[in-house]
Design a protein around this ligand. Structure first.
Ligand code: CA2
Length: 145
């Protein structure tokens, strides 16, 4: 049976491709989902690609992943910089966690430089554009052996 990776996306990422293309690129989140499905398939993985604007929904999916997933890739969006609750939820997950940011957050405003999630993440991608999701999946393949 193939291993499942949850790919979780936080608030406002449903607007990807519709605003601020100079920061986040022109691809929509649906485009990213399709590319992730393709990459997961070629890596011998199954992916579940999800987005919510609600912190509690993301936490519920992390709890679900405890039984359903071998690894988590997460772009918590702005919750990266504020949410101890997401960090606590990720700390309850035993498998590898990779944090992804489309933009190079360290080149941006100071409030984007701190991540609660990085205290749990086994790897962090930032500034690779939406390609970062695919690189994260390849690294997840490596981590899951
Ligand atoms: O670079 C990233 O992936 C971020 O996680 C994106 C978040 C931001 O708060 C983080 O600091 C860095 C913002 C997600 C909002 O996405 C939009 C995309 C297009 C148009 C409007 C919002």
């Amino acid at each position: 049976m193939t291993k499942t990776v949850y790919i979780l996306n936080g608030p406002n990422l449903n607007l990807l491709g519709q605003r601020e293309p100079e920061i986040y690129g022109a691809e929509t989140l649906d485009d990213v989902a399709v590319a992730c499905e393709d990459t997961a398939k070629s890596a011998g993985l199954t992916c579940r690609f999800l987005q919510s604007n609600w912190e509690g929904q993301l936490i519920d999916w992390i709890h679900e992943a405890r039984d359903a997933a071998a690894g988590i890739i997460i772009n918590p969006a702005a919750l990266t910089h504020t949410s101890v609750a997401i960090l606590d939820a990720l700390n309850s997950f035993d498998g590898p966690v990779i944090e992804v940011h489309i933009s190079q957050v360290h080149k941006r405003e100071a409030f984007r430089h701190h991540s609660y999630v990085s205290q749990r993440a086994d790897a962090v991608m930032a500034g690779f554009g939406t390609h970062g999701y695919l690189l994260a999946l390849r690294h997840m393949q490596h981590l899951l052996g």
